[in-house]
Design a protein around this ligand. Structure first.
Ligand SMILES: *Cc1c(COP(=O)(O)O)cnc(C)c1O
Length: 474
């Protein structure tokens, strides 16, 4: 029987119960330090200038210390890492100028930077005639995509139906409830984490039977958890076969790096079948938070010129309305989210970012090869920057996929991987994640999108993994 070495008396089969009462994560944050840091600024307003500066310095140092570092190659937990310094400089200029991007008149330079970038991105995602708008985050882009879809709904609004998968990002669920869409159909994903086409057909038939209108479908390009890509070509064929023509939105907030990869042409071709695409540059190109764009295939859908009469204190007919980007956005005031990215691409050239992306693909493959794979079942071969795998109890033989194990075995696998994860959290040597899906056992999830990762650091991480595995199971 596998035992937990930290506490050899506890067998791992009790790990679930033990874990839920242990409140591991409550002890995880340094609450004493957080309070100490915040208290440093008590009474600041009463200090003289010199003391104020000293106190602020101490506060800043402690705040930096306490905040998990995005710069560390050991931080492989999140989809964003440290910001491109040129982007940080761009943000600084933008913040200093503090101008607003609703009209060209107010922000002439930033407006034209955004227009230039949209021009570039529309070709990148396969919309040569398209348009786009920058947003603070993929959540806003996804919301706007649904708004556009609903505007095109031919029937009654209460008949609008959407299909999303169980791997759709939660911001889409949020958008759906915000817009009050009543009919939400959830398509299953197959074991490989992408939309199950048979189930999709069943759902479409059911939508037709209920006399609803399929208005919106969200296709995942890079699921947040596993980095999987839905088969859009087949999905599109299914729609055509069933004579339904929803607005197809690609959520490429995470997976958008494919458009900068060696496979860009292939993904662009497929993406051209869609109506809109979300891109999160603060994830894929490490622009400083926040920097996202919603791209659309049809140029006529974004501008809402009816608004310009209402807000004639901002917009007037002496302006070139084409350059009044505020009319394309759900926001009124807007920061120059695009400017930092524009500066990054101007300074380094797009090829620099393409080579970064290549490196992240390499990282995933390299780390996979370094792990002790005799005791590991991989969720999928890494096709993106998410490496997801299950460690197997030492006496288990390796099978092809996790579903080849019985439910009892899967429970043991889950407990082992949670124990490994908890040990990693306690050690604080590296920062990674754990997850599960569709009732699968918990697996280990490592994100290899980190520009500070080298082959040496990856080797070190792999040997640390192997070491704790043997520590826990031997
Ligand atoms: C991160 C993410 C989002 C949300 O984007 P924000 O920039 O965090 O608002 C949406 N979809 C996917 C797939 C994501 O990974």
């Amino acid at each position: 029987m596998i035992t937990n070495k930290e506490n050899p008396a506890i067998e791992l089969t009790d790990y679930f119960a033990q874990r839920s009462t242990a409140q591991i994560y409550k002890d995880d944050l340094p609450h004493i330090d957080i309070t100490r840091c915040l208290d440093l600024l008590n009474g600041l307003e009463l200090c003289n200038e010199a003391d104020k500066l000293a106190q602020l310095k101490e506060f800043t140092q402690l705040a930096i210390e306490i905040t998990p570092s995005t710069y560390s190659p050991a931080n492989l937990k999140y989809l964003f890492s440290y910001p491109d310094p040129i982007g940080v400089y761009g943000d600084l200029i933008a913040n200093y100028l503090n101008s607003n991007l609703h009209t060209e008149e107010c922000s002439p330079i930033f407006t034209h930077c955004e227009i230039e970038l949209i021009e570039m991105m529309k070709h990148l995602v396969g919309y040569p005639e398209g348009d786009g708008i920058f947003y603070p985050g993929g959540t806003m882009c996804n919301l706007h995509s649904l708004v556009l879809a609903l505007r095109q709904c031919k029937g009654q609004r209460h008949q609008a139906a959407t299909i999303i998968s169980d791997h759709t990002h939660y911001s889409i669920d949020n958008a759906i409830s915000t817009c009050g869409v009543e009919h939400v159909f959830r398509v299953r994903t197959a074991n490989n984490g992408v939309v199950d086409l048979e189930h999709l057909t069943e759902l479409i038939e059911s939508i037709k039977e209920q006399e609803l209108e399929l208005t919106y479908f969200c296709c995942m390009y890079g699921t947040t958890n596993q980095g999987k890509f839905d088969p859009l070509e087949e999905i599109n064929k299914t729609f055509k076969l069933q004579h339904v023509y929803p607005w197809i939105h690609i959520d490429a907030a995470w997976g958008g790096a494919v458009f900068f990869s060696e496979h860009a042409e292939q993904f662009r071709k497929i993406a051209s079948l869609s109506d809109s695409v979300t891109l999160d540059f603060h994830k894929i190109l490490s622009a400083p938070l926040l920097c996202s764009a919603l791209m659309v295939r049809d140029t006529s859908v974004l501008p809402n010129s009816a608004l310009s009469d209402k807000a004639n204190y901002l917009f007037n007919n002496r302006q070139n309305t084409h350059f009044n980007l505020g009319l394309k956005s759900l926001q009124c005031s807007r920061e120059p989210y695009a400017f930092k990215l524009w500066l990054m691409i101007k300074s380094r050239g797009i090829s620099y970012y393409q080579s970064q992306i290549k490196r992240y693909y390499h990282n995933a493959k390299f780390l996979r090869a370094q792990l002790d794979n005799t005791h590991i079942v991989h969720l999928v071969e890494p096709s993106y920057f998410n490496l997801c795998f299950w460690y197997l109890p030492i006496n288990f033989t390796k099978r092809k996929q996790i579903s080849d194990y019985s439910m009892t075995e899967q429970k043991q696998i889950s407990e082992l991987n949670l124990a490994i994860y908890d040990k990693i959290v306690t050690d604080k040597k590296i920062y990674i994640n754990h997850s599960n899906f569709n009732g699968s056992p918990y697996f280990i999830r490592v994100v290899t999108h980190q520009a500070n990762l080298t082959d040496d650091s990856l080797t070190e991480i792999a040997s640390y993994f192997n070491q704790i595995y043997h520590q826990i199971t031997s």
